[in-house]
Structure formats: structure tokens, C-alpha cells
Design a protein around this ligand. Sequence first.
Ligand SMILES: Cc1cc2nc3c(=O)[nH]c(=O)nc-3n(C[C@H](O)[C@H](O)[C@H](O)COP(=O)(O)OP(=O)(O)OC[C@H]3O[C@@H](n4cnc5c(N)ncnc54)[C@H](O)[C@@H]3O)c2cc1C
Length: 381
Amino acid sequence: MRVAVVGGGAVGVTAAHDLAAAGVDVRLYERDEELGDTQRRPRKRVEGSSHRAAGVLAPRPVDAADAQIAERAMDRFEWLAGRDHRFTFEPRPQVTLVAEGEQRKVATLRGQVDAAREHGVDVACYDAEAITERFPELDASGVELAAVTERGGYVVPGPGTYVRAMADRADDLGVELWTGVEASVSHRGDGPRVNSERFDAVVVAAGGWSKRVLAPTGVQLPLKPYRVQALVSESAYDGPMVLDTKAGVYFRSHPDGLLAGDGTVPEECDPDGWEPAGDEWFVEGAVDAVENRTGLQAESEAAWAGIATATPDGEPLLGELLSGLYVGAGWHGHGFMRAPATGETLAGVVLGDREPPAGFAPDRFEGQAVGDFEVREGMEL
Ligand SMILES: Cc1cc2nc3c(=O)[nH]c(=O)nc-3n(C[C@H](O)[C@H](O)[C@H](O)COP(=O)(O)OP(=O)(O)OC[C@H]3O[C@@H](n4cnc5c(N)ncnc54)[C@H](O)[C@@H]3O)c2cc1C
């Protein structure tokens, strides 16, 4: 079996690696010159989201499929960290804060925590007092409800290291890594092709570019790329990972000090024409939010944007589109943390030994206008 994987981000390299591990001949196409890196901050000219991600690994699974994916992803991050000295998984709990008076969010968070607990996730709700007692570095004033997810963390030095480590492992398994090559995908009825070459299967894992990559096949993917942002500050922070839902900001410890993010711009952007620098409003809001919760004057050293992908119902698109043509995209800002498991699932679906989660079926919007939906923030409760 010969399979082409289009896109060398966290999802694509994982799928390519797992396919090769099952004995498949795999070629990976990545238009960037490099697959991953070992940098703490994204390289300026790299557009792929896996290099620009905040690298927060904090699953918020609300159903069984999600819980399974989250647990499997964390297992694989830990497995890789034990085998590649360049890649460290730094375990940290994640604290989600909801402000007083935000009753809808309180109810949503309680519902999510109940659902996650039912699926075996170690998460529980607390009040503000309990939070400051456990995490004295956090100011939880004005907080009505908090949830602490125990099994979380982040990757060090940065998320690009996961891509580099998996790409190197894929290389060892014989995957042809075609970097600096833009893939053009077509499907003429007899099967999928990349740059006119016929493959038994083609997996499109091209992140925010997936809709564009698939357009020549006639598939109209219900997917919208949108900008999200992150910054790094040299203020030293060593507490838990925090998501402040009122400020719309999350932050975590970082090898340089602290990383803060979100800065969602909830509108479709052009994947080949977006602003890569962080916006002033995002930087100001993130710096304020960090100061409010930690007292730190977290001046921004570097702020950047990148692409996340939205679908009409907030769930990913993972599965077969046309005979032999597969997609894995639409992660709503949670694609990095799930990549080890979604890439693995994609490989299993191509091999025919795994069913994709039913809620992820890429044809579930058939008959609907594909562009007719609003971009919803991935971090929103
Ligand atoms: C600022 C920011 C913060 C984020 N924070 C988090 C976080 O904390 N946790 C989390 O889970 N997720 C986070 N995300 C989201 C996460 O980065 C993405 O969901 C995830 O990296 C998607 O991985 P991917 O492999 O699907 O896509 P990508 O990493 O975008 O990879 C797609 C690749 O396809 C390549 N490509 C495109 N077109 C072609 C073509 N025609 N031929 C060949 N190659 C092509 C691109 O160059 C790219 O490298 C964040 C994103 C951003 C931007």
C-alpha cells in the first residue's frame, strides 16, 4: 500500500509515522523546508500551526470519544518524552476560572466537569478559597467556580519539537519526507493523486490550508481558518496552567518565563494572507489578565499569531471524503494536544482497522451550505 500524507504538522507526522510502523510505504509532503524544530518560540517564517501553538496540553473532554483521544494523546506525549531527549513533557494541572455572576458559564463548566468525570477524567470543581489555598501564587478574587484538571502539562522547549521528534522517527521507519514541496491533490474517480502521482490513499492533514488543498477534488470542506495568538514574557511564573474565561486568556509557565494566549479573531481568515504578528489589543489584554491573577508585570517579549480551524459544530473532520481520500482537520485551537491520538486514529482509519469517532464524520454536514456558520472560539465555555 502506498499512502501520501499532505501536511507535516503534528497530525501529519504522527499519521505518517504510524502508517509506516504498520508496514505502509509513505510519502509526506510539507511545503515548508523543515519539519519541526527545537525552538522555544516560533520561527518567523514558519506558518504551520504546530510550530506556532502555545503547546498547552489540557484536555477538556466532554464525551467518551474526546476522553479517549485526550488520554491517548497524553500517553503518547509521555511515551515520546521518555524516548527523545530533545522533547520534555512538563506535567502541570490546568485551572479553569469562571467569574462571579457568569451563571451560564458556571452551569456549562459544572456540566463539562460532570461529563468528563463520568469518562474517567481526573477533574473537579472548587471555590475561590480552595484555589488560593492550593495555588498561593494565584489571585482567585472574583472567581465563582474553578475546575482543576489534574493530568495536563506542556511541552519543552516548544511544540515544534514534537513535530521534529516524530518526523525523525518516521524517517527511521522509511517515510519519504518531501519537504519544500507543495502538494496539489486531485481525484479523478480512479483514486487520489498528489501532483499527478496516483496513491492508494491520500491523507490531507494540512491544517488551515485543508479546504484549499481539497478544493481541486470538488470537496468543499466545512472549515474556516481563523487567527489566534500567543506571547512570551520573561516574567518568571511557575504555577499551574490557567484559563481565565472572563479575560479570555490562558497562561502557563515557559522556559523563558511565561506564555499567555488566546487572542481569537472569530472570523475566517485567508490562510495565505494573515497577519503573523500579535495584535496590540491581544497583548494588552493578556498582560492585564496575567497581572490580575498573578501580580506579575508580564511585559511581552514576543507576540505572534497563527491559524486555528473551525467547523460548524466545533467537532473535527476526520475520516474518508472520497474513495482513498482522507482528511484530519478542524481542531478549534485544540489540535496540538490531540495530535498524537488524532494522527494515530487517521492512520488506523486508512489501514481499515479503526472506525473514526462518529461525531467526527467529515460528511455529516452534507446538504448544508458549507460556508454558512459562525466561527466559535475553541476556548469558550
Ligand atoms: C497561537 C496558537 C496557539 C495555539 N495553542 C494551542 C494549544 O495550546 N494547544 C493545542 O492543542 N492547540 C493549540 N493551537 C492549535 C494547534 O496549533 C493546531 O490545532 C495544530 O497544531 C494543528 O496541527 P495540524 O498538523 O493539523 O496542522 P499544521 O500544524 O498547521 O500543519 C499543516 C501543515 O500543512 C502544510 N501545508 C499546507 N498546504 C500544503 C500543501 N499544499 N502541500 C504541502 N504542505 C502543505 C503547512 O505548511 C503546515 O505545516 C494553537 C494555535 C496557535 C496558532
